[in-house]
Design a protein around this ligand. Structure first.
Ligand SMILES: Cc1ncc(COP(=O)(O)O)c(C=O)c1O
Length: 372
């Protein structure tokens, strides 16, 4: 028997990591940067109500959802493209604007999917070195542009480092990047920073027709499983993205949920404030345990235990998973010593930190104050 030969070599997507939670009495997932404060009010009811129409096709143009997003941010709905999560739209940009052999540029330790987008089309992923503390160096990015560069991705704030690029630097990148190159500003974590910054991101896209902004309902709006995201782009770019996305990409229930959720900006504000408090708390406790921290402004901490032996982070993740606390090691990002831990309820964090302190103690030999 011969099997069809794929153009892409078989590769396991490392974003889907097996996790052994056997033995855990309950699971607290701090590994996917999901919402720890539920879903935007009204969204679940909207899903329930729209389920009555599940025998019908949903609107492939996402008209109502786009109108709601446009109204919320004072954006032209004709410039909005909805996606099956923002990941579909990142992929769409790659497929529309780059081909095999082209270069797709992004800062080192960027969101893993940028690499996957390049891989899927046979483009070359060019990772640009960072400055200290995972800071993105816009000059280095600009210097890495070649005649083969077609797309530049910038996640702001970034996952897994949580680092944000100052808006004036983002604006400078848009200004100085040659206009035939698409600049994708992936703002999946925008809700966790000052709303003025997301407004500024849209203004950058208004000034530069080669800029695409992507947003998601998966994080602050608490709709990760619904798979809803959107892009804001020049109308012609929007048309190009519409040409390659799935026709029925955003199902009716997701459209209904997103349409309600986008108006829930009071909820988003509360998420932002409580997440900032939770992040400060988590940062403080990790620091007390001896961790070095990336300056994350998102809904997660990114931390490394200096002096820990090789493999400690992976072993710690495996041991804590068996006790019900999932978080993420980052060997697939080329950062095997770093842990990414999502902000959560203080009681859950405290329980996790007690277990983590035992792991730290095994390395440092010190009895550390884990009690909180
Ligand atoms: C930086 C970044 N961009 C985009 C996404 C994709 O999110 P979604 O496809 O759920 O919208 C994620 C998900 O974790 C992310 O971290």
């Amino acid at each position: 028997m011969t099997l069809p030969v794929p153009y892409l070599a078989a590769r396991t997507l490392t974003v889907v990591k097996p996790i052994d939670t056997s033995g855990a009495k309950r699971i607290v997932n701090l590994g996917l940067n999901e919402s720890w404060l539920g879903t935007a009010p009204g969204a679940i009811e909207a899903i329930r109500a729209s389920a009555a129409d599940v025998h019908r096709y949903s609107d492939p143009g996402c008209k109502v959802m786009r109108a709601a997003i446009g109204k919320q941010f004072r954006l032209d709905p004709a410039r909005i493209v909805c996606g099956n999560g923002s990941e579909e739209l990142l992929d769409a940009v790659g497929r529309v604007y780059a081909r095999a052999g082209d270069e797709i540029l992004f800062p080192a330790y960027s969101f893993l999917q940028f690499n996957i987008v390049a891989y899927r089309i046979g483009a070359k992923a060019v990772e640009v070195p960072l400055g200290a503390n995972f800071a993105v160096d816009i000059d280095m990015l600009l210097a890495a542009v070649t005649p083969a560069t077609r797309v530049v991705f910038l996640a702001n704030p970034n996952n897994p480092t949580g680092v944000a690029v100052p808006m004036d630097e983002v604006a400078r990148l848009a200004r100085e990047l040659p206009s035939h190159i698409v600049l994708v500003l992936d703002a999946a974590y925008a809700e966790y920073v000052d709303p003025a910054e997301s407004e500024a991101t849209f203004e950058i896209a208004d000034r530069h027709p080669n800029v695409v902004v992507t947003r998601t309902f998966s994080k602050a709006y608490g709709l990760a499983a619904a798979r809803a995201g959107w892009a804001y782009a020049h109308p012609e770019v929007a048309t190009a993205l519409n040409n390659v996305r799935g026709i029925g990409n955003v199902n009716g229930m997701a459209q209904a949920a997103a349409t309600v959720a986008i108006a829930a900006q009071g909820f988003v504000k509360e998420i932002r404030e409580r997440t900032a408090e939770g992040r400060d708390y988590l940062h403080g406790r990790l620091r007390a345990l001896g961790f070095e921290l990336s300056p994350s402004v998102a809904n997660f901490a990114f931390a490394r235990l200096p002096g820990a032996p090789a493999g400690w982070a992976q072993d710690t993740v495996a041991r804590l998973a068996k006790q019900g606390f999932i978080f993420r090691s980052n060997e697939d990002y080329g950062l095997p010593d770093w842990l990414r831990i999502t902000v959560a309820d203080q009681a859950d964090l405290d329980e996790m930190l007690q277990l983590l302190a035992i792991e730290v103690e095994a390395v440092t030999g010190e009895k550390l104050a884990a009690g909180g």
